[in-house]
Design a protein around this ligand. Structure first.
Ligand code: FE
Ligand code: FE
Ligand code: ZN
Length: 277
């Protein structure tokens, strides 16, 4: 079965997101743990969470994906910015235990001139301070497009971060189709080769989520501008190959395309119709 959903606004709580997901034909969804710009998080309402869990059990939502605010930078040059990322993520991980056993995805960060190696060291350092043996959440590193000084632009950089993390059992990876294509991994002409590289360098067992986005920009442009499925440089055919690829079965797929709910419903319908599993 295809596990597919999209990014939803979390402003009305978990139960509301669950209902919205089902309404658009999804059986999972992604949400920001707080305002994407990283302000203070709203207190979690245990009643809302309780209703949400009951709703999920009735409607077949088995997992969800949290996304950290994208403005956090765990490898900034500024120690205050790093500290803010650390505190925010640590707080998010505590809150994630209200919805145990799910994944929490974040952007590794930008090294802003310090060099990728130093960035990698700082990111792993942050993870080593916030990961707890008893947590049930898996923290995901997102593959990045390589815009500016972004860390995580190559599978090797992702691997290097993972290698430095002590509690590796709590770590995974989220592959973003727009980002890897922009980063120079040719999933259009050589999906097999890219997946082989992923397997060799990171290991497909680490792959816990796929962000499915088309790209507004050409191959290897290092831009990171998402496009609707089938309207960008990647194209619908590649997306269909991805969801049907034997090595990727069971990995949940999340749309982060420029859409309102109606557009998401359409893309989900299209991908479900194209699924041969
Ligand atoms: Fe992201
Ligand atoms: Fe993404
Ligand atoms: Zn992106």
């Amino acid at each position: 079965m295809l596990t597919i959903g999209c990014h939803l606004s979390s402003s009305s709580g978990f139960y509301h997101m669950g209902k919205e997901a089902i309404e658009i034909g999804a059986n999972t969804f992604q949400f920001f743990t707080r305002n994407p710009r990283g302000s203070k998080a709203k207190a979690i309402d245990p009643k809302d969470v309780e209703r949400f869990h009951a709703f999920c059990a009735e409607n077949g939502i088995e997992r969800i994906l949290a996304h950290a605010p994208y403005t956090l930078n765990a490898c900034s040059k500024d120690p205050h910015v790093r500290e803010f990322a650390l505190e925010t993520m640590a707080d998010d991980l505590v809150r994630m235990e209200y919805v145990p056993g799910n994944c929490y995805n974040f952007h590794p960060g930008s090294h802003v001139g310090q060099g990728a190696e130093e960035g990698i060291r700082l990111i792993a350092d942050t993870l080593n301070q916030i990961l707890k043996p008893e947590q049930t959440t898996t923290v995901l590193l997102e593959t990045m497009a390589g815009k500016g000084s972004e860390v995580g632009r190559s599978f090797e950089e992702i691997r290097a971060i993972l290698d430095r993390v002590e509690l590796q059992d709590h770590m995974g990876v989220c592959l973003d189709t727009c980002h890897v294509y922009d980063a120079g991994y040719d999933i259009v002409n050589d999906l097999e080769g890219v997946l082989e590289q992923f397997e060799r360098i990171i290991g497909l067992s680490r792959l816990r989520a796929i962000h499915m986005n088309d790209s507004k920009n050409p191959f290897a442009s290092h831009k990171d501008r998402h496009e609707k499925i089938g309207q960008g440089s990647i194209g619908a055919e590649t997306m269909i190959r991805i969801i049907n690829h034997p090595a990727l079965q069971g990995i949940p797929v999340y749309l982060e395309t420029p859409n309102e709910l109606e557009g998401y419903a359409e893309e989900i319908r299209f991908l479900r119709d194209s699924y041969r599993g």
